[in-house]
Ligand binder design. Structure first.
Ligand code: MTE
Ligand code: MO
Length: 527
C-alpha cells in the first residue's frame, strides 16, 4: 500500500472504517463547506449560476406553509435573513458530518450523498428566474466533484499510518493539517464568492443614472416643518434609516443598461421601455408614506420619503388599458408579484398619484429599495403595491390572478389602516415630574390625518398639536402634546382621526390578514 492509504495497525483497518468518528465527521463537514464555497464562487464568476445557499433560503421562504405566515413575516427583516442563511449553512455542515460518518462504511454511498446534497441546492437554484439550466448543472458537477475529492483526501489523511504503534500523534497532526488547510480554503473561497456577489449587488446603485430634473419640483420638507423633539421620528426618514421588507435574500442586481419595463396583458398595445425612455417622460415628485401590513401597533415598519418618478397613469396610457382590466399586477425582476385594483389609481373622483419611482429622497433608488425602479401607490400596503426592482406591469382581472402574498393568507385588497404611534417618552423610560413632551407620528394615507388625541390613564382625550399637513394626505404627520406629569406610574394612549373624520379603530387585531388595529400606549414612571 502506498500513501495516503498506508498499512495500518490492524490488518482489517486499511479502509476508512478505521477512522475515528470525529475525524470522519469533521472530514464530511469540511467537504460540505468546500462544496458550498464552490457554489458561491461559481455563482460569482459564471453568468446564469446562482448561489445555492441563497436559493435554498429563498425556497424555504417561498414554500413555508400558510400556517407559518407569522414566522415568514418575521423572516423579512435583514437580520432574520442572515440568521436563515446561517441556519441553512449549519444544516449543510451537519449533513456533511453525517456523510463523513457514512463514508466509513462506503465511500461510494458517501459520494452519492454528496451529489444528492448539492442537488438540493441546484434544484432550488433553477427556480430563480435569473438562473439558467446549464450553468446550474455545471455548478452542481463542480460542487459534487470538489466535495467528493475533499472528503476522500481528508479520509486518506485520517487513516492511521503507523502500524504496530500506539503513538497516533503524527497521524492526528497530519489529519489536522489537512483539515485545517481545507477548512481555511472553504472559508476564504466562500467568503470571496459571497463578497463578490454582495458588492456586485451594491455597486449597481452607483451606476451612472442620468435622471433628468423634475418638471415641476415641489416644496421641500425643511427642518422647520417638523417638531424638534429628541427621539421623535423625522418627517422625512433618511434612506439609510428607512425600514426594509422583502423576500429577496440577495438583493437583485439589475444592470441599468439591460433593464426594461414591459407593460402587457389586457392592453391595446404592448409597450416596453428602457430606463432612458422611462426617465425621458415627465418626472414628478411627491412625499408618500409607505407602510408594511405586518407592522405591529407601535412598530417601525412605516416610513415617509420623497419619491421622484413617472406617473403610473402616463406609462399605462402608452399601452392603453382595456375595459375590464380590473387588476394591475406589477412583477419584479425576481418574479415576486403584487396586485391591486386598477380603480385605485384611475378612480374618477379619487385617482391616487401612483408613481414608478426612480429616486428616493433625491438619490437614485438604493438597491435595497428597488433600484432602478419601483412602484409607489399612495394608500396601499407595500405587499399589494410597492414592487421593488420592477420589471413588468400586467393588466388582468381581479379574479384571474392572486399575487405572491394572497395565497399565503393575506388579504387581496389592502388599504393602509389609520394608525398613530408614540415615539417619546419611550415605553418603560422614566421621566421627571413637570411638563413632558409626548410626541409621535400618525398616518392614514391617502385620507390624511385631521386630528390626534392623547389620553393619560383613563382621563379625557386631549387634542395634540399637528405638524404641517401641507405635504398632502398621502403622508404622515408628527404630533405633540405637552403633558403635566405627576409622580407615579402612568399610561399614555394615542389615537388618530383620518381626513374623512373616521377615528382609528380601537378593536385590537394582529397584522394578518389585513393589518394591525388598536391603539398604541406606553407606560412611564414619573419621579
Ligand atoms: N420585489 C419585491 N418588492 C417588494 C417586496 C418584495 O418582497 N419583493 N415587498 C413589499 C413589501 S411587503 C413592502 S412593506 C415594501 C417595503 O419597501 P421598502 O423595503 O422600500 O421599505 O416593499 C414591497 N415591495
Ligand atoms: Mo410589507
Amino acid at each position: 500500500m502506498i500513501e495516503p492509504y498506508p498499512t495500518s495497525r490492524a490488518a482489517a483497518s486499511t479502509s476508512p472504517r478505521a477512522i475515528s468518528g470525529w475525524q470522519a465527521a469533521v472530514s464530511g463537514a469540511i467537504a460540505a463547506a468546500l462544496a458550498l464555497a464552490t457554489g458561491e464562487l461559481v455563482a460569482a464568476f459564471v453568468p446564469g449560476a446562482t448561489s445555492p445557499i441563497v436559493a435554498v433560503g429563498a425556497a424555504i421562504i417561498d414554500f413555508a406553509p400558510p400556517g407559518s405566515k407569522d414566522f415568514v413575516v418575521s423572516l423579512f427583516g435583514t437580520n432574520d435573513k442572515t440568521a436563515l442563511l446561517l441556519v441553512v449553512g449549519g444544516v449543510v455542515l451537519v449533513v456533511g458530518a453525517l456523510i463523513g460518518l457514512l463514508a466509513r462504511r462506503s465511500t461510494i454511498a458517501a459520494g452519492v450523498a454528496i451529489v444528492l446534497l448539492t442537488g438540493v441546492g441546484t434544484l432550488a437554484a433553477v427556480r430563480d428566474p435569473a438562473s439558467s439550466v446549464m450553468p446550474a448543472l455545471a455548478s452542481w458537477a463542480a460542487q459534487s466533484a470538489v466535495g467528493y475529492l475533499a472528503l476522500t483526501t481528508l479520509l486518506g489523511a485520517a487513516v492511521p499510518a503507523g502500524a504496530r504503534t500506539t503513538d497516533v500523534a503524527p497521524d492526528r497532526r497530519r489529519f489536522l493539517a489537512w483539515a485545517g488547510g481545507l477548512g481555511v480554503l472553504a472559508v476564504l473561497g466562500g467568503g470571496l464568492g459571497r463578497s463578490i456577489l454582495t458588492t456586485r449587488a451594491a455597486s449597481t446603485a452607483e451606476a451612472d443614472t442620468s435622471i433628468p430634473p423634475v418638471t415641476s419640483p415641489i416644496p421641500t420638507v425643511g427642518p422647520d416643518d417638523g417638531f424638534a423633539i429628541d427621539g421623535l421620528t423625522p418627517l422625512v426618514v433618511p434612506n439609510e434609516d428607512f425600514y426594509r421588507i422583502d423576500t429577496a435574500l440577495l438583493v437583485p442586481s439589475v444592470d441599468i443598461g439591460g433593464w426594461q419595463l414591459r407593460v402587457h396583458g389586457m392592453v391595446n398595445k404592448e409597450v416596453t421601455l428602457t430606463f432612458d425612455q422611462l426617465v425621458a417622460m415627465p418626472l414628478v415628485e411627491q412625499y408618500v408614506t409607505i407602510a408594511c401590513v405586518s407592522n405591529e401597533v407601535g412598530g417601525g415598519l412605516v416610513g415617509n420619503a420623497k419619491w421622484t418618478g413617472v406617473p403610473l397613469l402616463d406609462v399605462l396610457g402608452l399601452a392603453g388599458v382595456q375595459d375590464g382590466a380590473t387588476q394591475i399586477v406589477p412583477r419584479s425582476v425576481d418574479g415576486w408579484t403584487a396586485g391591486f385594483p386598477t380603480e385605485w389609481v384611475t378612480h374618477p373622483e379619487r385617482p391616487r398619484d401612483a408613481l414608478i419611482a426612480v429616486k428616493m429622497n433625491d438619490e437614485p433608488l438604493p438597491v435595497e429599495h428597488g433600484f432602478p425602479a419601483r412602484l409607489i401607490v399612495p394608500g396601499l400596503y407595500g405587499y399589494v403595491s410597492a414592487t421593488k426592482w420592477l420589471a413588468e406591469l400586467e393588466l388582468t382581472t381581479l379574479e384571474a390572478f392572486d399575487a405572491y402574498w394572497v395565497p399565503r393568507g393575506w388579504a387581496k385588497e389592502a388599504p393602509i389602516l389609520t394608525q398613530s404611534r408614540i415615539d417619546v417618552p419611550h415605553e418603560g423610560n422614566g421621566v421627571k415630574a413637570g411638563l413632558v413632551n409626548v410626541a409621535g407620528v400618525a398616518w392614514a394615507p391617502d385620507r390624511g390625518i385631521s386630528k390626534v388625541e392623547v389620553q393619560v390613564d383613563q382621563g379625557d382625550w386631549r387634542a395634540a398639536t399637528l405638524s404641517t399637513t401641507a405635504f398632502g394626505p398621502q403622508t404622515w404627520v408628527q404630533w405633540k402634546y405637552a403633558w403635566q406629569a405627576t409622580s407615579g406610574q402612568h399610561t399614555l394612549t394615542v389615537r388618530a382621526t383620518d381626513g374623512t373624520g373616521t377615528v382609528q379603530e380601537d378593536r385590537v387585531t394582529p397584522p394578518p390578514p389585513d393589518g394591525a388595529r388598536g391603539y398604541h400606549w406606553v407606560t412611564v414612571d414619573v419621579t
